[in-house]
Design a protein around this ligand. Structure first.
Ligand SMILES: [Zn+2]
Ligand SMILES: [Zn+2]
Length: 430
């Protein structure tokens, strides 16, 4: 299994040395145990890390990247729930978009047109808190198409995904109103696909050989769901948050990789999160899945790779999570942290960490840029939002406050651009 490849690789090389040594002693031929040649002092060699955009995905391969594995309170070391699934057919899917995760996604430098499909398991902030960032920031950095979102209904319309997204859009009315007409606005729209949270392994997405199904989860209130994705004989499961449940056990069967929450161990909830013991016991075992329960679930499902996430993974907390899981599960296990990467084929699951850039700009554009739509975009926005067209530009009062002392300097910028591009850029108002 790949999760301990580094360990087994290390053991293997030591074993080879021992065999070579032993065979020398007893006179056995050594050729069959030959190790790879010695490293060159000058040539590049493979590294056991993943550098984004440096490896092609094979047609039969799935790559999963953790872009958030922590808790509702994001911290520099960990964003909240987000997993990116990339398939060898070119499709990419985001499962949950928890607080802070848009920043992790940006570090992968994937064109935003390819990051247009987001599946939200439930509407806690740590599972969709970064939605506005990828909605607005992603459009600014090159998404030229609507952001598509799939999420569950709730027991009432106000507790469903469509309502949450509508309210988010309303919250950003001023932001959007200030951009419309000035920038290519194609990416600043959202398409919501709300589906029944009670669907049991119900198909919610089917295209290009990929089928995504949802099934109910048990967490806080009615509404949360978990997902499975099947493509090309591979099966990925994402739990979002849930108490162990019968649906998860059933619809995760035969999965290659199963990602399930595994909450902070109860004693650490008391000492590190300052919960009362009463609160720690309820939250840590009844609302969420305790490490011991995570292990039971995985022993039932027996995936090729079990992935535990949703705990702060520190030097002094990881051992407790691992030890508690190991009281109930002895199979393949990854204790996830941000930027952990799984490459999955039918033959192998390879686990590594990604090495990413932090100071990233816009990734390449996947489509041709378009000029801003100006007044026609404003008219459309006005119709949809109810904001009068007049309010979508500065009033005379504000325009009167502009200081023309910078005029000459800014005309210079236009002149410079005109000369560089070999075409005339008219200064506004001329
Ligand atoms: Zn939750
Ligand atoms: Zn959560």
């Amino acid at each position: 299994m790949t999760f301990d490849l580094r360990v087994s690789g290390f053991r293997l090389s030591r074993l080879c040395k021992l065999i070579v040594l032993a065979s020398t002693i007893v006179g056995m031929p050594t050729a069959v145990y030959a190790q790879e040649s010695m490293p060159s002092p000058t040539e590049a060699r493979d590294r056991d890390v993943y550098y984004p955009n440096s490896e092609s995905l094979a047609p039969d391969e799935m790559r999963v990247i953790a872009c958030g594995t922590g808790m509702p309170t994001t911290r520099a070391a960990q964003a909240a729930a987000c997993f990116l699934v990339e398939l060898g057919n070119g499709d990419k899917f985001i499962f949950d978009i928890g607080s802070g995760s848009a920043e992790r996604l940006s570090s992968l430098q994937i064109p935003y047109d390819y990051l247009d499909k987001i599946f939200i398991g439930h509407l806690h902030a740590d599972h969709f808190g970064s939605l506005a960032e990828i909605f607005i920031g992603g459009a600014l950095m090159g998404r030229q198409k609507p952001l598509r979102i799939w999420g569950p209904s709730g027991p009432t319309p106000e507790l469903g995904t469509a309502y949450a997204i509508e309210m988010m859009k309303n919250m950003y009315t001023w932001d959007l109103a200030g951009r419309v007409g000035i920038v290519d606005f194609r990416g600043y729209t959202i398409e919501v696909n709300e589906f029944d949270y009670k669907g049991e392994n119900a198909v919610i997405y089917e295209n290009n050989g990929v089928t995504i199904r949802s099934f109910p989860a048990i967490h806080s209130l009615d509404g949360p769901v978990s997902f499975n994705l099947e493509w090309n004989g591979l099966k990925f499961v994402f739990g979002s948050d849930t108490y162990p449940n019968k649906w998860f056990n059933e619809y995760s069967k035969d999965a290659d990789i199963v990602i399930h929450e595994c909450f902070v161990a109860v004693p650490d909830l008391v000492t590190k999160m300052r919960f009362t013991p009463e609160q720690a016991l309820v939250v840590g075992t009844q609302i969420h899945t305790a490490p011991e329960a995570f292990g039971k679930v995985m022993s039932e499902i027996k995936p090729r790779m079990a992935v535990a996430y949703h705990f702060f993974k520190d030097f002094d907390t990881t051992a407790a999570v691992n030890d508690r899981i190991r009281t109930t599960y002895d199979g393949p296990l990854s204790l996830a942290e941000d930027f952990m990467v799984w490459n999955i084929t039918k033959d192998e699951i390879r686990v590594r960490m990604a090495v990413v850039e932090e100071a990233t700009w816009a990734p390449p554009l996947a489509g041709k840029p378009e000029l801003p739509g100006g007044d026609s975009d404003r008219a459309k926005f006005s119709e949809g939002s109810g904001v009068p067209v007049d309010a979508l530009q500065y009033s005379d009062f504000i325009i009167d406050g502009r200081w023309d002392g910078v005029d000459e300097a800014l005309r210079g910028v236009y002149k410079e651009a005109s000369e560089a591009m070999g075409r005339e850029f008219k200064y506004p108002g001329d």
